[in-house]
Design a protein around this ligand. Sequence first.
Ligand code: CP
Ligand code: NVA
Length: 307
Amino acid sequence: MSKSPKHFLDINELPLSELKSMLAASSAMKAKQKAHQPVKPLEGKTLAMIFERPSTRTRVSFDVAMRQLGGEPIMLTGAEMQLGRGETIADTARVLSRYVDAIMIRILNHEALLELAEYATVPVINGLTRRSHPCQVMADLMTYEEHRGPIEGRTVAWTGDDNNVLASWAHAAERFKFKLNVATPPELAPKKVMRDFIKATGAPIVLGTDPEAAVKGADCVVTDTWVSMGDKEGEHRHNVLKPYQVNSKLMSLAKPDALFMHCLPAHRGEEVTDEVIDGPQSVVFDEAENRLHAQKGILAWCFDAVK
Ligand code: CP
Ligand code: NVA
């Protein structure tokens, strides 16, 4: 019987030991790359990358990661594939599995990601859905720990709306055992799926509506765009989110050495001010760089090449 593929779909689906070994492999490969001694465990392997939505970081970092590890990326967009003309996800999964060694997909519909994983016989990686963005948060965990050491027992504050990046931070809080304080406007608060997750796992996540209370004493302050892909733009949304902006005043309530994180792209002057994102506490470009290194750890894990 053939072995089931190792999918990377969500952080809370994997044991902490495996997540930690991915991050350790990412750091080791980063050090080798910086020392001009690249490792190439994926020679002869091909990754198909399907993008149903735009991307800068995910697209370029997966492409470069595959090349630096000795493999080949193939870039596909949903609209250019027969998927765009109604071929099913299941058939697409079956066909691509005959050509490539792994599939990375960005698709808003999370159920479609799960269906792809169900029918693919090669690993499938979640490159962002409406529900979660686990590759981003693996890079964020790597970045936090590079700057401040183990995240276990620390406090991360989220201020903004409920979205895919927050969901992956929540999954990480449960696995890595750090506290997550969440502040959202009441009408953009986490949905039942998150509340059920907290109840079922006992994850140290506190949901609230007051950004100052969430940020007070935090080790890390995180926010994201107020309008995610698939959300409707609108003045009302911006108005209710205005009090959740990360500015110097809000940042001053966190610990003096707190980090500021944002997955990017940022909407300067909306969810974050220039002063904060360009300030000394901001590590947003380290996060962006670590997408490349963290994804090497994820790819190597999917291919059973983590040493
Ligand atoms: N942070 C992130 O996923 O960026 P892209 O949308 O540019 O891939
Ligand atoms: N929450 C954002 C993340 C972009 C990387 C979105 O889904 O658009």
